[in-house]
Design a protein around this ligand. Structure first.
Ligand code: OKV
Ligand code: MN
Length: 245
């Protein structure tokens, strides 16, 4: 691999068609050899049988088509933790554990979605522990698809009633992030989740690169960006388009 793209928090949903189109164009036309999707690719994935719906079927087709010309990797986020082995197998996407250490040109990079490092978000971490439990997932996935969609929508409705979007995300805990990096011997961290893009030094010798969320359907703040890694280091680039821009 000469070039690796990192994206996260695309939040694919039928209600955000420009965002979905930009994601599709990027996967199909980027010059990167590999695209790493670091969580919250989908706004809400409640089981691989979501492919019975037209929008999700189309997303799976995009993944399969893109995976036939470059390597695709997927890590689960807090909205698509139910992406299963079946979707990955049938689309040819490589599943990544959270966290994963990437070794690229002798440079070790720690990859995570980021939610597990937001230690101030106690309510969310309790929810995370519940829904990441294997037995909980087996029981949940045994319910009919319509019922699972209603449960997810209900959780969203109650969460939106409680707080607005900006107050929703705690930031990554600096000490915890540095401890993770120290434990596996990496000087660089890439994560999403917080929707606070930027690159900064956490402590001497420890840098992090935060991915932006994508929303090209927000008329007030349309946004989409790719973090690209080559032998020369990290850079931020706009998503690729069909005409090669
Ligand atoms: C998103 C966050 C609410 C943080 C639920 C399966 C389940 C997806 C879901 C429900 C919640 C996303 C999709 C939302 C992010 C919050 C509160 C804090 C820190 C299921 C798949 F449970 F039914 F299986 N969800 N929503 N937060 O309301 O948009 O990220 S959400
Ligand atoms: Mn997230």
């Amino acid at each position: 691999w000469r070039t690796i793209d990192f994206i996260s928090d695309i939040h694919l949903a039928p209600s955000l068609p420009r965002t979905a189109a930009a994601w599709r164009e990027h996967l199909l036309h980027t010059r990167a050899d590999a695209v790493f999707m670091l969580g919250d690719l989908f706004e809400a994935w409640v089981g691989d049988d979501m492919r019975s719906r037209p929008f999700e079927a189309e997303c799976a087709e995009v993944l399969a088509e893109a995976a036939s010309c470059r390597s695709l990797a997927f890590m689960a986020g807090n909205r698509d933790f139910l992406v299963g082995a079946r979707l990955l197998r049938e689309t040819g996407v490589m599943g990544l554990a959270d966290p994963t250490v990437l070794d690229a040109w002798g440079r070790r990079v720690l990859l995570t979605h980021g939610d597990a490092l937001c230690l101030d978000d106690r309510d969310y971490l309790a929810f995370r522990a519940t829904v990441r439990d294997e037995a909980w997932q087996r029981e949940f996935l045994a319910r009919p698809l319509d019922e699972r969609l209603l449960i997810a929508a209900d959780i969203r409705r109650r969460s939106e009633a409680r707080q607005d979007d900006a107050a929703r995300y705690a930031d990554v805990d600096t000490a915890a992030a540095v401890a993770w990096m120290h434990a596996v011997g990496t000087a660089e961290l890439v994560h999403g989740h917080t929707h606070r893009p930027g690159s900064e030094t956490l402590a001497p010798g420890y840098r992090r690169h935060v991915l932006t969320d994508w929303d090209l359907d927000d008329p007030r703040a349309p946004r989409a960006e790719v973090l690209r890694l080559t032998r020369d280091g990290f850079q931020r680039v706009p998503p690729a388009t069909a005409d090669g821009a």
